[in-house]
Design a protein around this ligand. Structure first.
Ligand code: C5P
Length: 294
């Protein structure tokens, strides 16, 4: 039996960090959005053990979160079976797009199918939470308001479906390093808590009524304050997107990827060309919104 799973990248339409926790992690407030840019995973039941193949230059053992997801699934199941996992990588890595988390979530969903669906979504999310902060969101996808380290999720209605250009240039950003930069810049995050409380409802309202444009004032990413000064290409990409007609442009996650939202496909295509001309990699994609009831 073979199962194919799409591991969709995520964008943070809104991302604020509101507290440093005693365990070293940080409490966030984030609106996460699945997009159509995706890795593909194929899972096949075979003899014994977990075998991971990948098209990318990535480890294929316990250093890979997709592999650890399979281990965690079998621990939760209480027994194991042989599986061959083939990972076709399209999502840029260390980019703030949640690619590793998406792969891990896809492994959990695929193994659940191969095993005859022993776990419901809530249980899969619990297993996911042990793998990384973004993995529970990647199990369900769509548009979610996430709190805690990201594991407390509420569905957000999203009537928008703009054309999205995701662009990246230069080296990846290490997430722990980016959080350490925030600690140094924002201390106890007291200022952030207040800012977050006032701005967030505007975005949630605009998403759900679908009538207000996705203005730049609605999107926010606290990491821009520490990454942009060190990575001039982030600002350059944002400017290029806006010059090409983007409604707004923001960094995703801890960067350095940047996304722009467009009303017209032509505008998005023009931006993609302009970004390639300045040496960035650019992907044209859409939001992946869940239908009501899913
Ligand atoms: O959970 P994940 O493995 O993706 O996180 C990578 C690192 O990012 C953590 O080890 C931690 O340093 C930092 N992090 C954090 N607070 C979060 C998420 C991640 O401090 N909410």
């Amino acid at each position: 039996m073979t199962v194919k799973e799409l591991a969709r990248a995520k964008l943070n339409l809104y991302l604020d960090v509101v507290a440093r926790r005693p365990d070293g992690y940080h409490d966030l407030v984030s609106v996460m959005q699945s997009i159509s840019l995706a890795d593909t995973l194929t899972l096949e039941r075979v003899g014994e053990g977990i075998v991971l193949f990948t098209t990318a230059d990535l480890p294929t053992d316990g250093r890979n979160l997709a592999y650890r997801a399979a281990q965690a699934f079998f621990v939760a199941l209480g027994h194991s079976f042989g599986v061959r996992i083939t990972l076709e990588k399209n999502i840029p890595m260390q980019a703030g797009l949640g690619g590793g988390s998406a792969d891990a979530a896809a492994v959990l969903r695929g193994l659940n199918t191969l095993a005859g669906v022993p776990f419901d979504t809530a249980r899969l999310c619990e297993i996911a939470a042990g793998l990384g902060a973004d993995v529970p969101f990647c199990v369900v996808g769509g548009t979610k308001l996430c709190r805690g380290v990201g594991e407390r999720m509420e569905a957000v209605q999203n009537a928008h479906n703009p054309f999205v250009v995701v662009a990246i240039a230069g080296e990846g950003v290490s997430t722990p390093w980016a959080f350490a930069q925030l600690d140094a810049r924002w201390g106890d995050f007291a200022e952030c808590t207040a800012a977050s409380a006032s701005a967030l409802p505007l975005l949630v309202r605009a998403l759900s009524n679908g009538e207000e444009p996705m203005d730049k004032a609605l999107l926010f990413n606290r990491f821009e304050s520490v990454i942009e000064p060190q990575r001039p290409m982030v600002s350059h990409i944002k400017r290029t997107l806006v010059d090409c007609g983007a409604l707004c442009a923001r960094m995703s996650g801890s960067g350095p990827s940047v996304f722009g939202l467009f009303e017209s496909e032509q505008g998005a295509r023009n931006a993609q060309k302009a970004l390639c001309a300045i040496g960035a990699k650019a992907f044209l994609c859409r939001f992946e919104n869940q239908k009501a009831g899913e």
